[in-house]
Design a protein around this ligand. Structure first.
Ligand code: ADP
Ligand code: MG
Length: 562
């Protein structure tokens, strides 16, 4: 049996798995219910069994306690730092689950679908995708989720990049500047990406992590709720009823993609109502949501234009782009006919192609190490990470990178996903943040670097503490506000020589690489004393927490049905 590697779109609402088949085509791996996508939803029964996916969603309307979803929103946040309402939801019995542990259960279910399928191979090496706006902590937490599920995560890549890859391999069209408009269940992401024969450049990304199909569902929910209450004014909805009505709302939304009008059949506790809802009603109820995505898109397109990139194609990604209003609005606004190729599968398929590249890359390095052409010590951090489990590159793949020759030679230039700056004091003694690396700056050659000057604040100052902040700011200088304490990612301490007068010049340099690692360097210019620090990612699970989590995961039993 030849080796198969997998691509996973670990979505906020739905996840999908793909692999490149022996005809060199990325295909979707169906789940155990024969479906292409699996809801990223978990239900814990009181007896200690777990169901994942559609069954979990259905259990939720019987018993909403024990049901968890939307954990991807909190990826990379330690349990203690979650909002209280979320902590409550992520606590099952006495066990407090971190978002990466919950995500790992979804991954385990996807793995189970593959392992027990007729494909005849196990899911072992994978590439998992993340939103473009994920920072390093969120990317690493995603990797942790994979490891907790018993997977070897070859690489983590950005969703829009995966979608563009899938489109390019499928169409052979590799000279374009795309707007990738991704409206999923809970998030909206827009990215401009330019693909030429030599390069793939991530020009810029914008988004709203709190806007998605679920908000459209909510509007239908409210509509149906009101109609029902008009007929049964005394009825009091239970949490289970509400969950059920929400599921109904989603169903109706999907129906309105194919029909002009539909009837909701509601029955709560024997009380019935059959409100009619038309597509036009739906569009009117949600026009402001659509507008929000268009405003973000406009801003992105303008930013990209300013950098010399004009879009000539629109690629629709995410299940919610099936709603007709999206396509129509984009077409009339930008005069380009949006391409809808696999809206809810493109990301997984692109990840599957990437998995082939990553596995092949690993194999080549292993070969070179064996032949002595490369030495362990000369491996980069990323190469070492890829080769964590060297023995796993021994088998021959069922496909080859040669089938994707129009993709494999391209250099990929990603962009900074966040803005990084240093806290300083302005002339009026007020704290400010001076942003040094701006979000969306290209990492040409794999990194970007920026410098800024500042001055000592007192005579004979002994120490400067350069505090580094990560944000989504677009302005170079912002006033420091209290909430920004949460954006602190690290600091460099520079001890100063004795006797420096107040106002002595200092220089700070930040470097960000395409693995999200930030290096900070501070120098005092009078005598040239300097200090540097690599910024450590906060909030990751420790080895001990990981092994405890793995042990706990092993006590859990994922079943088909409760
Ligand atoms: P995510 O990436 O957020 O996990 P997806 O890209 O899979 O999610 O999108 C899921 C969203 O797409 C859900 O809100 C779902 O209701 C919506 N959706 C799926 N199919 C349709 C359809 N035919 N019409 C309208 N919305 C749809
Ligand atoms: Mg998605």
């Amino acid at each position: 049996m030849e080796k198969i590697v997998f691509g996973i779109d670990l979505g906020t609402t739905y996840s999908a798995v793909s692999y490149v088949d022996s005809y060199d085509k990325p295909v979707i791996m169906k789940n155990r219910s024969g479906k292409d996508i699996t809801p990223s939803a978990i239900y814990f029964s009181k007896e200690g069994n777990i169901v994942v996916g559609q069954v979990a969603k259905e259990e939720a309307d019987m018993d909403p306690t024990g049901y968890v979803e939307f954990f991807k929103r909190y990826m990379g946040t330690p349990f203690e730092e979650l909002p209280d309402s979320v902590k409550k939801k992520f606590t099952i019995g006495t066990k407090e689950y971190r978002p990466e542990e919950l995500s790992s259960l979804v991954l385990k279910e996807l793995k189970r679908s593959v392992d027990e399928s007729s494909l005849g191979v196990k899911m072992e090496q994978v590439v998992i995708t993340v939103p473009a706006y994920f920072n390093e902590a969120q990317r690493l937490a995603t990797k942790t989720a994979g490891e907790l599920a018993g997977l070897q995560v070859l690489e983590i890549i950005k969703e829009p990049l995966a979608a563009a890859f899938d489109y390019t391999q499928n169409s052979g069209d590799d000279n374009r500047t795309f707007l990738i408009y991704d409206l999923g269940g809970g998030t909206f992401d827009a990215t401009v990406m330019s693909i030429s024969e030599q390069e793939v450049i991530e020009v810029a990304s914008e988004g709203d992590s709190q806007l998605g199909g679920k908000d459209w569902d909510q509007r239908i929910f409210e509509f149906l709720y009101e109609k029902f209450i008009e007929e049964h004014p005394d009825y009091v909805f239970s949490p289970g009823d509400e969950k059920q009505l929400l599921l109904k709302a989603e169903e109706i939304k999907v129906r309105l993609t194919n029909s002009e009008t539909t009837k909701a059949k509601l029955n709560f506790d024997g009380k019935k109502s059959q409100p009619v809802i038309t597509r036009q009603d739906f569009e009117e109820l949600t026009v402001d949501l659509l507008e929000r995505t268009l405003d973000i898109t406009d801003e992105l397109i303008n930013n990209s234009k300013a950098k010399g990139f004009k879009i000539d194609a629109i690629l629709l990604v995410g299940g919610s782009t099936r709603m007709l209003m999206i396509k129509e609005a984009l077409q009339s606004k930008y005069g380009l006919e949006p391409k809808t190729h696999d809206p809810d599968q493109a990301v997984a398929k692109g990840a599957a192609i990437w998995a082939v590249f990553a596995y092949t890359k690993g194999q080549k390095i292993v070969e070179k190490l064996a032949s002595g052409e490369l030495h362990e010590d000369s491996l980069t951090k990323e190469q070492k990470e890829l080769l964590k489990n060297k023995d796993s590159f021994g088998e021959k793949l069922n496909t080859s990178v040669a089938s994707f020759s129009n993709l494999s030679d391209k250099e990929i230039v990603t962009a900074a996903t966040k803005t990084y700056g240093v806290k300083m004091i302005d002339k009026n003694d007020r704290p400010i943040i001076v942003n040094i690396i701006m979000k969306n700056t290209p990492l040409s050659g794999g990194y970007v670097t920026g410098k800024s000057k500042c001055y000592t604040l007192a005579d004979s100052q002994e120490l400067v503490e350069m505090k580094i902040y990560e944000s989504d700011e677009t302005e170079e200088v912002v006033n420091y506000k209290d909430f920004m304490v949460e954006q602190l990612v690290g600091q460099v301490d520079l001890g100063l020589p004795v006797g420096l007068p107040k106002g002595s010049p200092l220089e700070v340099t930040l470097t960000l690489n395409d693995q999200g690692i930030i290096n900070a360097y501070a120098k005092e210019e009078t005598h040239g004393r300097d200090a540097s620090a690599e910024i450590h990612i906060k909030g990751l699970m420790t080895e001990k927490e990981m092994s405890d989590a793995v042990a706990h995961m092993n006590t859990l039993n994922i079943v088909d049905e409760i």
